[in-house]
Design a protein around this ligand. Structure first.
Ligand code: NA7
Length: 541
């Protein structure tokens, strides 16, 4: 590729700037550079590629989607050559995979690492984005594509006294690359979401003692991780066309069927047998046991009750089991974790559960964590406290629209997008898996590929037609936000009051259900129709 033209003021000019070098940024670079022939620069804050997998290196970090479909589908050679070693890929394996893809497609030469975007503003006179970085570089490009992921802004709760803590503390989403040695240490882990549920069993095995501070008890399904056998791998590779077709036509981008029968349409005994089978098979597919687990409270109760019973069966101390049992929300109304020995971990002698509903944290002291009942002495605190999800990564870029309005202000009452792809007042800004798209409710690579393909086709169209500017119309965004709400309200999803889907985990964040719950296949259909209809709802010129 020709080097970017340099202007006297050292502004580096490109056709497109992509922010982020995870799954979405890599694929978007490939499409814009290698298919459309654009001059593209990827700016990545981390010192390596991999996005969420660059940062999330905490003990036990692995993907909850199965490896054979947590990958790209667009390139047959990559698909056939890469060998996954386990049913669920652990973080180093995903990084190796992305490195393999980036090398194969020669992407690295256009990715600038250790480059944090600190601001971007739209110059409406010239119809282009001006992007600034922490090191003082300036870039200009017609298109700005955010590939920043949905879960990349770590949420470290503001607990008084953290700065006085004499030990070490870490957030799981910014884990030290050299790892943390827990040997013989007294460890406190705050948080029992998907991350905490993966981390606790591994930390407990290494640490002298682990105290798990739980605010909301969670359901979890055994992952049943295992090595991939060569026969299984061969079979999968031979069936990829069907696998991808199924994933794309599914509600959640996973290549399995959701049962068509309702939970209450079968007798109790049969229902229990179906749940037992799903429990033994393991993984997120448990949710697909019946068609209405997220649609009917009565159906959901049957799944929730089954999982509560499993906790009682696994955890030996009935009081601990009761504290670990979720009673305030139904199964899968929050993102359901999957685990390896999570509940079993509470049978260990070196593990203690602290229920923060009974004894809230008062402060962090030099020696540990003090709750209303007493002080827990600790050497290390692990914050498995999640992320400022979906909007956080976008707002932290300090984006200003065509009238100089900050995105933070435009979204003060929650994200306003059209299709999760664009927001009014911010022309030529495309958000891969932005709020208002299915994103986190799906197997992410499927959602990412659909968005990147759509954005690429849109930019191709603009260039062919000699257009310089595309912007979501305000009424299209209003209607879409209403539709996103309507889709969420048709399910039980908005009922979990502590869910990060609603922004509830971050104090002061607007309570808006952010991802699109109408289903991946339906959503992709709407996007295609919008494009076919001359980009209905967008203003182009
Ligand atoms: P989550 O799912 O947001 O979980 C965060 C956990 O931390 C959850 O148990 C929270 O309790 C807890 N939390 C958050 N803030 C606090 C404070 N201030 N005090 C005590 N406990 C707190 O994040 P994860 O990293 O586990 O998972 C994120 C996604 O990554 C996951 O869903 C997958 O999609 C991959 P709460 O439930 O809010 O009461």
């Amino acid at each position: 590729m020709a080097a970017a033209a340099r202007q006297p003021a050292e502004v580096q000019v490109y056709d497109a700037i992509i922010v982020g070098a995870g799954f979405s940024g890599l694929y978007q670079l490939h499409k814009l550079r290698d298919e459309l022939g654009l001059r593209v620069r990827v700016l990545e804050k981390g010192d390596g590629i991999g996005g969420t997998w660059h940062w999330n290196r905490y003990p036990g970090a692995r993907c909850d989607s199965e490896s054979y479909y947590y990958c790209y589908s667009f390139n047959k050679e990559i698909e056939q050559e890469w060998e996954w070693t386990e049913r669920y890929p652990e973080h180093p394996e995903i990084r190796r995979y992305l490195d393999f893809v980036a090398t194969r497609l020669d992407l690295k030469r256009d990715i600038q690492l250790s480059t944090e975007v600190t601001g971007a503003r739209f110059d409406k006179a010239r119809n282009l984005w001006v992007v600034a970085t922490r090191s003082g570089e300036r870039f200009e490009a017609r298109f700005l594509v955010t590939a920043v992921g949905c879960l990349s802004t770590a949420n470290v709760p503001k607990i008084p006294g953290l700065e006085t803590f004499a030990g070490q503390w870490y957030h799981t989403g910014a884990w030290p690359h050299e790892g943390v040695d827990f040997t013989g240490k007294r460890v406190g882990q705050i948080g029992t979401g998907s991350t905490g549920i993966q981390a606790a069993p591994v930390i407990a095995e290494q640490a002298g003692h682990l105290t798990v501070f739980q605010r909301t008890a969670n359901y979890s399904i055994p992952a049943r991780n295992r090595p991939m056998s060569p026969e299984e791998s061969r079979e999968i590779k031979a069936s990829y066309p069907e696998i991808w077709e199924k994933a794309r036509s599914a509600t959640n981008g996973h290549p399995f069927d959701v049962a068509t029968r309702g939970a209450l349409s079968v007798p109790e005994e049969e229902r229990q047998a179906i749940y037992e089978q799903a429990w033994d098979r393991g993984g997120l597919r448990f949710r697909a046991s019946f068609s209405d687990i997220l649609l009917s409270q009565a159906a959901n109760d049957t799944a929730s009750d089954f999982l509560r019973r499993k906790i009682r069966e696994v955890v030996k101390d009935p009081e601990v089991a009761e504290r670990l049992t979720p009673r305030d929300h139904g199964f899968a109304t929050k993102r359901p974790p999957i685990d390896t020995n999570y509940f079993e971990t509470f049978n260990r002698d070196n593990v203690l559960l602290v229920d923060l509903k009974e004894e809230p944290i008062v402060e962090i002291t030099p020696r540990g964590i003090r709750t209303t009942k007493g002080e827990y002495e600790l050497d290390i605190i692990v914050f498995a406290t999640g992320f400022d999800a979906l909007t956080g990564p976008l707002l932290s870029l300090n984006i200003e629209g065509e009238e100089g309005q900050p995105l933070r202000k435009a979204w003060a009452e929650g994200p306003r997008t059209y299709l999760g792809l664009q927001t009014p007042g911010f022309p030529n800004l495309f958000m891969i898996t932005g709020p208002g798209s299915p994103s986190v409710l799906t197997n992410m690579p499927i959602a990412i590929e659909q968005h990147v393909d759509w954005i690429t086709a849109c930019i191709r169209h603009m260039r062919e037609e000699g257009l310089e500017r595309i912007e979501a119309k305000p009424d299209a965004a209003e209607n879409w936000v209403a539709h996103v709400n309507e889709a969420a309200n048709a399910t039980l999803l908005p009922m979990a009051s502590s869910s990060w889907y609603l922004g509830a985990n971050v104090p002061g964040k607007p309570r808006v259900f952010m991802p699109y719950a109408g289903g991946m296949a339906r959503y992709a259909g709407i996007c295609s129709e919008v494009a076919r209809d001359g980009y209905r709802g967008f203003a182009l010129r």
